[in-house]
Write a protein that binds this ligand. Structure first.
Ligand code: SF4
Length: 236
């Protein structure tokens, strides 16, 4: 499961965990918009939830609690990554649909499960988390690429992410939980719902919020100028 910045910050903050205890950094086979670099010309990496025992696909998540009676449950349910909370649903053709490659057993979900409004809530949160993380990663990558011959340890990226989200948490406190919830639930989670550019006078509240998020992110690496606003209509 991928771990975005919000997820990492929440698990570290709420559970008092060392990021190294529950994540692993993996080179991306297919670079995407949340892939971060550790050197200017090097590959991109992602952060994922670690596995129990061995790092193999068949191994359970490090947070899975297995009971003696054979049942199991998530040990960090309230703070689980957003990719877990939204799984196995995705947005397609203006609807919530189950991912074709979902690993759930047959019959685990009703055929009309996508009509449950809770999935829309999770997918909008996923969109907010991901759009924010794209901006965070973009700034880091621009900094790494500005000195291409220097390699950075992954711990530096993780530390940067935690510092950014500490300041973003302060922004959310300043705005208030109700306002942030309203922004989140207005977030365009389908590419066709996103504005073509973020410069309209009548832009939605979530775009205005993302601009404030960018102001926070742009405080890092102050020698770098602000980057172009990342595309809002990213693939999901
Ligand atoms: S829901 Fe919990 S146990 Fe399952 S993958 Fe996510 S964090 Fe791990």
């Amino acid at each position: 499961m991928p771990v975005f910045g919000h997820d990492l910050y929440r698990l570290v903050k709420h559970r008092n965990l060392d990021p190294r205890s529950f994540t692993f950094i993996c080179e991306q086979e297919q670079p995407d918009k949340v892939g971060f670099r550790l050197s200017g010309n090097g590959p991109t990496y992602g952060i994922a939830l670690d596995k129990k025992d061995k790092l193999e696909v068949s191994q359970p998540c490090t947070f899975l609690i297995e009971e003696p009676d054979g049942s199991s449950h998530c040990g960090v349910y309230e703070d689980r990554p957003i990719a877990c909370a939204a799984y196995p649903m995705a947005g397609a053709a203006r609807r919530v649909v189950m991912m074709p490659a979902a690993l759930c057993p047959p019959g685990a979900w009703a055929a009309n499960e996508g009509d449950n409004p809770q999935w829309g809530i999770e997918l909008r949160r996923l969109a907010r988390y991901r759009d924010t993380y794209v901006e965070v990663v973009n700034r880091w990558n621009a900094w790494v690429e500005s000195v291409p011959d220097v390699s950075r340890p992954p711990e530096h990226f993780v530390a940067y992410v935690l510092q950014v989200y500490e300041r973003l948490a302060a922004l959310d406190i300043q705005l208030g939980a109700e306002a942030v919830a309203s922004i989140e639930q207005a977030w365009a989670w389908l590419p066709e719902d996103a504005p073509a550019s973020g410069s309209s006078q009548d832009e939605p509240n979530w775009v205005a919020y993302l601009r404030r998020v960018r102001e926070v992110i742009d405080q890092f690496f102050p020698d770098l100028p602000p980057l172009p606003f990342a595309r809002i209509a990213i693939e999901r």
